[in-house]
Design a protein around this ligand. Structure first.
Ligand SMILES: NC(=O)c1ccc[n+]([C@@H]2O[C@H](COP(=O)([O-])OP(=O)(O)OC[C@H]3O[C@@H](n4cnc5c(N)ncnc54)[C@H](OP(=O)(O)O)[C@@H]3O)[C@@H](O)[C@H]2O)c1
Length: 329
């Protein structure tokens, strides 16, 4: 199998989680890491056994020995570096949120299509067998008519780290883009549709939402709620409720126990059935899917539309929360 030679732009925290899985992924080769600071790149490379380093992102884009880049930069930088990589013929695995607004995201996707390179956003759980099974259950009719999806993703900061990208609006911060992105994406995936109207309430520090609650109305009398925030304990669950049964997953964005990804089906009488979906780590699933898309030349794959739709809905929720008014889509 031809291996995709991947370089990382930036010594981000999330890159520390993903780098070992690029090493392990079938079809991928982790060839280098770039940083604004050469010594940071070198320290990272040493720690994660990466052969090459660069002291700037530009040098990676210009390097013919790199086929693809993994971009874990602040969201406000995703457009510039994706467009530069795509223009140089490099495929892009870009962290979520794809950008800070729908205009930038549409431009990113158009640019990648025009340059015939694969783009994939960094939501890992989509690529797991568990997500495929949950989707199969939700679309099979087993739950009856689907009426409702509820999704929650939160964690708690003891003190607000004002320098973190999540606390800076200019960098694409806020709990909606950081955590709500997963909840919105789950609702779009499991209802296989776009909402027609949304309303949201947010709490703000430093002009970024640190907590948000939102409703989404979907065609066919279906609804979804999402909750995201930086001020409650770590929770990451999703529920799909039908007229007969509900599907509950208490750790959809990342399994609490890596070797026991699971979800439950509940009925109306308290009977529940656990479904186990053992798999490789989700980072590895994502990187392997990225490389498969590259090998098969699928530059116009279906997840691109979900990335754009997720950004459009997040933008509508942001506008609703800030204006304290419902927003029509
Ligand atoms: N998929 C997931 O599970 C997951 C989990 C966590 C985060 N994320 C996403 O990954 C992205 C990065 O998040 P993170 O928490 O890992 O970020 P982070 O630790 O703050 O790292 C961001 C990196 O970007 C580079 N950078 C370049 N210009 C910068 C600037 N002006 N300010 C700050 N950093 C700059 C830095 O690398 P150098 O200095 O080395 O160049 C820095 O290490 C975000 O989009 C986030 O939503 C995804």
């Amino acid at each position: 199998m031809t291996e995709t030679r991947i370089a990382v732009l930036g010594t981000a925290r999330i890159a520390r989680t993903v780098a070992p899985h690029i090493h392990k992924a079938d079809g991928a080769q982790l060839v280098g890491i770039a940083s604004r600071d050469q010594s940071r790149a070198e320290a990272f490379a040493q720690e994660f056994n990466i052969p090459r380093t660069w002291g700037s992102y530009e040098e990676v884009i210009a390097d013919d020995n790199v086929d693809a880049v993994y971009i874990p930069l602040p969201p406000s930088m995703h457009r510039e570096w994706t467009e530069r990589a795509a223009a140089a013929g490099k495929h892009v695995l870009c962290e979520k949120p794809v950008s800070a607004n729908p205009g930038d995201t549409a431009a990113i996707l158009d640019c990648c299509r025009a340059n015939d390179v694969v783009f994939l956003d960094g939501v890992m759980w989509y690529h797991t067998p568990r997500a495929a099974e949950m989707l199969q259950v939700a679309s099979s009719g087993q739950l009856g008519e689907i009426r409702q999806v509820n999704a929650v993703f939160t964690f708690r900061w003891d003190t607000w780290p004002m320098e973190d990208l999540r606390m800076q609006r200019s960098m694409g911060g806020g709990s909606l883009l950081d955590l709500g992105w997963y909840c919105v994406g789950a609702a779009l995936m499991l209802l296989d549709d776009m909402p027609i109207r949304v309303s949201a309430w947010g709490q703000y520090i430093n002009d970024v939402d640190t907590r948000m609650n939102a409703h989404m109305w979907f065609p066919g009398d279906r609804m979804a709620t999402i909750e995201c925030g930086f001020d409650t304990l770590r929770r990451r669950w999703v529920e799909v409720a039908g007229t007969k049964e509900s599907l509950v997953c208490d750790d959809f964005t990342r399994p609490w126990k890596e070797d026991r990804p699971r979800f439950w089906i509940h009925d109306s009488d308290g009977v529940s059935t656990e479904h186990l979906c053992p798999t490789k780590p989700q980072e590895q699933c994502m990187v392997e899917e990225f490389c498969r898309l590259i090998r098969s030349g699928e530059t116009d794959h279906p997840l691109l539309q979900r990335s754009l739709n997720t950004q459009i809905v997040c933008d509508a929720l942001d506008r609703s929360a800030r204006s304290e008014q419902p927003v029509e889509l």
